[in-house]
Design a protein around this ligand. Structure first.
Ligand code: ASP
Length: 348
């Protein structure tokens, strides 16, 4: 009798464990996904007008699969994303994930700078649990709005056990991308997010998650970077390379106290001659100079047409300029030694 009772208790416990829903936090920051406009057929709208509660209410299906909790972290178009919101987001993500009751986090975000926020969080989140950024290319009031299904898919990815340990993820338009690789490639197209150097690592189709690739660079729990206790990040400016360029922007960056300069150079990260002169001057003053390419893919080779060793320049591997800037901001919290920073670009 006693044995029977025990078996019954185990069965009931087992069944309740099977139906227990995961707890997913949705942290909202604004963007088109929370945007609204006057017409279903106009590209004109205002970002970040819809609150997190309304975003969640617009996708009731997510409450059937998870216990959803929402928090408003910011309410901005991501063109206004800044270090203050990043630091707040990083603190909240780390606090939540270190609480045993949270299984994953979805961050709703504007698409313009989503790739930078994703890569930043990829480097400073201290947990293997899933963190998924999601946005939309069409506001909630648009015809064929893409936000609701993107949110449904993002929650499914955040709940999926296979998403753990892959670093921060971006879910857009049925694709799962690794934070390091993903970039916005087109101004208004729904299929704008691509990972040009590697491809997307997985897919999510009406909530069905499949992975095909595993990110190999250091992230989250294997990252050396932490922003705990930081109130600001070092200033790093990006200079866009072009023909017939002056050195004015490099000189201004030096004058204004930049600690690092990222060059989005032409071709293989090449600078215009006057810009190269100014960058040599900057590096000689201890400002870290990182060469990247404006082409959109491929790695910037060390010492191909520029004598990096002689000038103390660093190259970004295949990070684009926006992401090279994020890594340099974090690297500068540790060192301003170019050889050590070059090593970071090989590892992250
Ligand atoms: N400007 C918007 C933003 O990044 C665009 C979007 O979300 O799609 O917030």
């Amino acid at each position: 009798m006693r044995l029977l009772k025990r078996a019954f208790v185990i069965m009931v416990l087992g069944a309740s464990m099977l139906v227990a829903k995961p707890t997913i936090y949705i942290l909202a920051t604004g963007g088109t996904i929370a945007g609204s406009g006057d017409s279903a057929l106009s590209g004109s709208y205002t970002s970040g007008t819809v609150t997190v509660d309304k975003l969640i209410a617009a996708v009731p299906e997510i409450n059937e699969i998870a216990t959803i909790k929402g928090e408003q972290i910011a309410q901005i178009g991501s063109q206004a994303m800044n270090d203050e919101v990043w630091l707040k987001l990083a603190d909240r993500v780390n606090a939540l994930l270190n609480d045993g009751g949270v299984d994953g986090i979805v961050i709703t975000h504007g698409t313009d700078t989503m790739e930078e926020s994703a890569y930043f969080l990829n480097l400073v989140t201290k947990s293997k649990k899933p963190v998924v950024l999601v946005g939309a290319m069409r506001s909630g009031t648009s015809m064929s709005a893409d936000g609701p299904l993107n949110i449904y898919n993002a929650v499914n990815v955040a709940m999926d056990k296979a998403s753990a340990g892959k670093g921060v993820l971006v879910v857009m338009n049925d694709k799962i991308h690794a934070a390091r690789e993903v970039t916005k490639t087109a101004t208004t197209a729904v299929d704008t997010f691509k990972s040009p150097n590697t491809g997307n690592i997985g897919t999510v189709n009406y909530g069905i998650v499949n992975y095909y690739l595993q990110p190999t660079r250091k992230h989250t729990v294997s990252s050396d970077f932490s922003v705990k206790g930081l109130k600001e990040l070092p200033r790093v400016d990006v200079i866009f390379g072009h023909t017939n360029q002056t050195a004015d922007f490099v000189e201004t960056a030096i004058e204004k106290g930049a600690k690092g300069i990222v060059l989005a150079g032409v071709g293989n990260g090449n600078p215009y001659p006057s810009v190269e002169e100014a960058l040599i001057k900057a590096a000689a003053q201890g400002i870290v100079v990182v060469r990247t390419s404006r082409t959109g893919s491929g790695s910037t080779s060390v010492g191909a047409e520029v004598d990096d060793a002689k000038y103390g320049f660093v190259t970004s591997d295949n990070l684009n300029a926006a992401k090279a800037r994020v890594l340099l901001q974090l690297a500068l919290t540790k060192t301003n030694e170019p050889s050590k920073i070059q090593k970071f670009y090989k590892e992250y």
